[in-house]
Design a protein. Structure first.
Length: 782
């Protein structure tokens, strides 16, 4: 029984039906205890709570923090909690409590910190007021914290130091209005002169010229002097030597001298290079889980190679990783260096203390607000009561990021007092899952294009995706609604549906004649998608599509139109696809591959007016280079053939040329004149680099690319070389040679609204054609 929560004064004793109570010895004992203790309990009931000393902080703000309540029983433990809660507000310097044991009235007396009404910066000229006010801890309209005043002065000096004002001084004089309990902070700033580097020299260099070493530094003549930059320079030089054999390099504390007026600085570095080493014998000790050959496969250092600290660190981390992959989270790897200066050799021994396997005790998810916990938990490959695996943890973090609506994911190991068990805490930071986006651009193919999109990546907090898209332009109208559940019925099965209405103005070429506004093509329909994930990387996807198509002639010759194009019809198709995807981040991959093979069958047993089969193979590869630069390669190969006497239409064939195939050319320009080809091959090479990053993600990136490919009527027409003949450049006839283009682009890489802006130059342009094409496109090219 929680006696403190019983309100004895509110019990209606007169309404209790005593005659109907079944008395027993136990009940009698309880009643006697109640009779004895009720007066005592009631006598300790809190009658009133009074707040004193507060001026700018309201009573109710303090009362909300109290565990002690009126008409509740008095508790000294609650008073301790009350003091802690009040102090955590940050509004007070002290709290005292007075208890009247006669009436059980509690009085809380607070020493309220003054409210800052004004902050003044005197002497400030070189740094913006907003920069300083944003840096300090004491803020206007917040309570003055005297303990942070010295820190604020240090922060202001740090701002000036970073700008080159090495002799800046800051003093502060708080003015307190005791009656109103308000404060005015006046910072007196003496900026001093900006210090400029006049000379930098390096002494003791032997293996390299001092000019080479000084070239590594950001601290240079006529640059602003910053001690923090000089410290970074020393680390750069140390790393430079240690990755080139000089394991024992030492750089003493730099000598810094100033001119008489303190405006110039002279910096001297003294370097002791030490001997140059190569790796010698590499051995292992203490290993029982992995054999020596298995460990050697993981390391990058090799005998007789130049000593490289970076490679040594990578090798050590690689050994740690394979141990954590098997659950040896507490494995210790210590490298022992045996130096032989006379021969220039360093022997390396990795001493391994394997310790025991660590099991996952509990997995906790925190930070999710709108997202259901199971949405994140189902992406975690680690399981409770199973051995810890670093590999599974790394992949789990990738899978969580690939949900697309989280800004950040952090993981930490929580000790629980057991040597063989550990808790895993995953903390997520939710982003904005819903987005209303509008954009406009100009494309050489579609003219002026506008887009309006409403998307939600986390519908109902269940990671379901909803997308509503409207594209409108001179040559393109597109309405689309799509919904996808990646875990349909809580199973690793994707299910989705899309409804669309697409109207496009198409080009057509025949007999050396190019018609830019040949006909309008409208396709209205829907598709249903479903597919299981067999393994972590392997999945299937089955798609059924049903659509009505209508073709309306514009500028195309009526005879050609009636003979080559079908004005209307129905298409019913089924596509089976196998996908193997190891990419780290599906929205902007930096490593991994995606391989797929799809077979589409239209008509036949599925009905409709079209009858063809279309196999398409695709492979995409991503390679990290340095920093966040990524090289990627993609190849597509496809073939389409009709059956049951069906004559393939242009929209059934492959259209090569344009934003999604070979950039630098117009849509469907690269292929037979009869409007597309039966055989298609396209290759793309891209090198991407970040321009704007936010919260560990690239928001805006640049890209340079090289594309090549074409389409053909048959395998016999295919020529695996890039070039152009007179038939192509002068007479507008397809010469069966692949064409290529190159260019650059800008990418907006948000998961909900990815946009590509590409400028492509054709390397084999036709005479009279503009070799530069601009593309405004939604989605990724691969």
């Amino acid at each position: 029984i929680r006696w403190s929560q019983i309100r004895w004064s509110q019990i209606r004793w007169s309404q209790i039906r005593w005659s109907q109570i079944r008395w027993s010895p136990e009940l009698v004992r309880v009643m006697l205890l109640l009779i004895l203790f009720c007066p005592f309990l009631h006598s300790k009931e809190i009658s009133e709570i009074i707040i004193k000393g507060n001026i700018n902080v309201k009573d109710k703000t303090i009362l909300k923090q109290l565990k002690s309540k009126e008409e509740h029983l008095y508790s000294e433990e609650n008073l301790k909690v009350d003091i802690s809660n009040i102090m955590e507000l940050g509004y007070f310097d002290d709290v005292s409590i007075e208890v009247d044991t006669g009436t059980w009235k509690i009085t809380y007396t607070v020493a309220e910190r003054p409210l800052i009404k004004k902050i003044e910066l005197k002497g400030r000229k070189r740094i913006g007021k907003g920069s300083i006010l944003g840096e300090i801890s004491n803020k206007k309209n917040e309570h003055f914290d005297k303990s942070k005043l010295e820190l604020d002065k240090t922060k202001i000096i740090g701002l000036y130091t970073d700008k080159g004002y090495a002799y800046a001084k800051v003093e502060c004089e708080p003015i307190i209005n005791e009656k109103e309990n308000e404060a005015e902070l006046i910072f007196f700033i003496t900026e001093g002169k900006r210090v400029i580097v006049d000379r930098v020299s390096a002494e003791g260099t032997k293996a390299y010229k001092s000019k080479k070493i000084l070239g590594l530094m950001s601290t240079k003549r006529k640059k602003i002097f910053k001690k923090s930059i000089l410290e970074e320079d020393i680390n750069k030089i140390t790393d430079f030597y240690k990755t080139r054999g000089f394991e024992g390099v030492e750089i003493s504390i730099p000598t810094i001298n100033y001119s008489e007026d303190k405006s110039l600085v002279y910096v001297t570095l003294t370097i002791s290079e030490g001997p140059k080493y190569r790796f010698g014998r590499i051995s292992f000790g203490g290993n029982t889980i992995y054999s020596e050959p298995e460990l050697r496969k993981e390391i990058t250092i090799k005998p007789r190679k130049l000593y490289n600290q970076e490679n040594l660190d990578e090798s050590k981390q690689a050994i740690i990783d394979i141990y954590t992959d098997k659950g040896y989270l507490r494995a210790e790897i210590n490298e022992v260096l045996e130096r032989y200066p006379e021969t220039g050799v360093i022997d390396i021994k990795f001493d391994i203390v394997e310790n025991n396997i660590v099991y996952v005790d509990r997995i906790y998810i925190d930070g999710n607000i709108a997202t259901k916990e199971f949405v994140i938990r189902r992406e975690v490959l680690l399981k409770e009561d199973e051995p810890f695996s670093g590999k599974k943890l790394r992949r789990s973090l990738e899978k969580i990021y690939n949900l697309g609506f989280l800004d950040d994911v952090n993981v930490s190991m929580q000790e629980i007092g057991l040597i063989d068990r550990i808790d895993v805490l995953i903390v997520v930071a939710e982003g904005k899952p819903g987005m209303l986006s509008a954009g406009a651009g100009y494309s050489s193919v579609d003219g002026i294009v506008g887009t309006l999109q409403v998307s939600h990546m986390n519908l109902f907090g269940r990671a379901q995706r909803l997308n509503l898209l409207w594209e409108f332009g001179e040559r393109r109208q597109n309405y689309q609604i799509g919904w996808t559940d990646p875990w349909f019925m809580q199973k690793p099965v994707s299910f989705g549906v899309s409804i669309y209405d697409l109207l496009r103005t198409r080009e057509y070429s025949y007999s050396g004649i190019y018609v830019p506004n040949a006909y309008d093509e409208q396709r209205q329909g829907f598709d249903l998608r479903a597919g299981p994930r067999w393994t972590e990387y392997l999945s299937l996807l089955f798609t059924y599509s049903y659509e009505k198509y209508t073709v309306v002639r514009r500028d195309l010759d009526p005879i050609i139109f009636s003979s080559e194009l079908r004005e209307k019809g129905l298409s019913s198709s089924f596509t089976g696809q196998v996908i193997y995807d190891t990419r780290d981040y599906i929205f902007d991959a930096s490593r991994g591959t995606k391989d797929s093979f799809a077979l589409q069958i239209a008509g036949g047993p599925f009905g409709g007016d079209t009858n063809f089969y279309k196999p398409v193979a695709r492979t995409s590869w991503f390679f990290p280079t340095f920093w966040k630069f990524v090289f990627s390669a993609n190849a597509n190969l496809g073939y389409v053939e009709g059956f049951w006497g069906y004559n393939l239409q242009p929209y059934d064939k492959f259209s090569v040329g344009g934003a999604d195939t070979v950039r630098g050319y117009q849509y469907s320009e690269l292929g037979p004149a009869e409007g597309g080809g039966r055989l298609m091959f396209v290759g793309n090479l891209e090198y991407k680099f970040p321009i704007v990053t936010e919260k560990k993600r690239t928001i805006l990136q640049g890209a340079i690319f090289y594309d090549f490919g074409g389409s053909w009527n048959s395998f016999g027409d295919f020529k695996p070389t890039i070039g152009a003949s007179d038939d192509w450049t002068s007479y507008y006839k397809w010469d069966n040679l692949m064409k290529s283009g190159f260019g650059f682009g800008i990418r907006f890489t948000t998961p909900a609204f990815p946009i590509r802006l590409d400028w492509g130059w054709a390397q084999q342009p036709r005479s009279g054609y503009d070799p530069l094409q601009f593309y405004f496109t939604l989605g990724q090219i691969f």
